[in-house]
Design a protein around this ligand. Structure first.
Ligand code: ATP
Ligand code: MG
Length: 393
């Protein structure tokens, strides 16, 4: 029998396993829904999605293509293209042998691993022994050998109640929790490297992100807008089945008031504080539980520990989450590459012209509030929220 996988084994992240049974069931339901929408979105043919004892099996004639897609769904720790053999031991052995014939070359070492849940007339050790012996006999001319500790190749057998699968490959999944099991969060998305990674990190933990972009025109140009839309699209590809939209605030007029009406060294701090306030109003509107930003300690002048404190004070009703707080730039870059935002985010665009030559690194809350008293903050927030645009990606 030739080795043509007809299924994908989908394994859940370990953290899902330590949840109480009702939480786990709910997570699993959400995961299965997310799997379905991803396969349908990418036109991957499948017959059914089966749940058994906390595992998910997808029956599909496009096992390789779907495995690749499924490995990028949050909550999936690994996937394996597999062949459904039925639980009869002879069938398992025969399929395992044909897999071995396909993948083992002269001198290779191998190991057979079996996981079994349910009642069967054999134990998992027996499966390993019988399959191993049969491969050694049949491939004696290739001088293959068993190495349980450090094999060149592994052949896996997974038996769950009335189902059994043989597989040869384990593809690492993205991990995390199924998207949607946590609430909504407003992501302040600038199109730069950091905020995209920050949004992705909370998505990975199950939050659905509402991306919010402040268009600083005329202090930034069209290339920045374009970059943000592209980044938001990449993030949306990780959230198939969720709204594909970008919230855009026309922010230039407000930034102009800050630049012209307050001390220049405070521009970035005042700008961010106003952004937070507007983001809070958007959170009200979309029913979010908080804000997420790409700030990391000391990464910019406005991100010193002191300045972060002054920024935080502007968000009165929602927490500001900063998943990159302790990240080095290189770590963020590495993640951005994995996510797929790096290419777009790293593109050179003109910087914000409102940034002063010497921004304050140790702003005092009193001086910031004093500067804000010269602005009509409420009016600025109302104007920005009133002019909010929601763009489909
Ligand atoms: P990034 O790499 O995300 O662009 P940054 O390192 O350039 O951020 P700042 O410009 O200080 O840092 O911005 C800090 C955070 O504020 C960003 O990570 C982002 O979450 C938010 N932010 C900044 N500018 C904008 C913007 N124009 N629209 C939306 N959010 C923004
Ligand atoms: Mg940054």
């Amino acid at each position: 029998m030739d080795w043509a996988p007809d299924s994908v084994i989908v394994r859940l992240g370990g953290e899902i396993w330590i949840k109480k049974s009702w939480t786990r069931r709910w997570y699993l339901r959400r995961l299965v829904r997310n799997i379905r929408v991803v396969l349908e979105h990418y036109d991957v043919a499948y017959d059914q999605i089966i749940r058994r004892n906390g595992r998910v099996f997808v029956a599909t004639c496009e096992a390789q293509a779907s495995a690749k897609r499924l490995s990028r769904i949050f909550g999936v720790s690994s996937v394996s293209p597999a062949l459904n053999t039925g639980t009869d031991l002879d069938a398992i052995v025969n399929v395992s042998l044909s897999v071995a014939q396909r993948i083992l070359t002269a001198g290779n070492s191998f190991a057979v691993r079996c996981k079994r849940v349910g009642k069967h007339p054999y134990t998992s050790q027996e499966v390993c022994r019988v399959v191993g012996r049969r491969i050694l006999e049949a491939l004696a001319d290739r001088k293959v050998r068993v190495d349980l500790d450090n094999p060149d190749l592994r052949i896996g057998v997974e038996v769950r109640d009335d189902l059994a699968f043989v597989f040869a490959e384990v593809i690492k999944g993205v991990g995390g929790f199924p998207l949607g099991v946590q609430g909504r969060i407003v992501g302040l998305l600038s199109g730069g490297l950091d905020s995209a990674v920050a949004c992705w990190l909370v998505m990975k933990r199950g939050c659905s992100v509402v991306p919010l972009y402040f268009d600083n025109d005329p202090y930034t140009g069209e290339s920045v807008n374009k970059r943000t839309v592209e980044v938001a699209r990449v993030l949306s590809d990780w959230a198939v089945g969720f709204p594909r939209s970008l919230y855009i605030v026309s922010y230039g007029a407000s930034l102009k008031e800050i630049v012209e009406g307050t001390p220049r060294r405070l521009t970035c701090i005042l700008c961010k504080r106003l952004m937070y306030r507007i983001a809070e109003r958007i959170s009200d509107r979309v029913g979010a539980e908080g804000l997420v930003t790409g700030e990391a300690i000391g990464e910019q002048a406005s991100q010193t520990l002191r300045n972060l404190r002054v920024l935080d004070e502007a968000a009165e009703r929602y927490p500001v989450h900063r998943p990159l707080l302790g990240f080095d730039k290189a770590e963020t870059e590495m993640l951005a590459r994995k996510i797929g935002t790096y290419e777009v985010s790293a593109r050179s665009v003109e910087g914000c012209e409102a940034v002063p030559y010497k921004p304050a690194t140790k702003a005092k809350l009193e001086e910031v509030m004093e500067a804000e008293s010269k602005l009509d903050i409420k009016k600025m927030v109302d104007r920005c929220v009133g002019g909010l645009a929601v763009v489909s990606l």
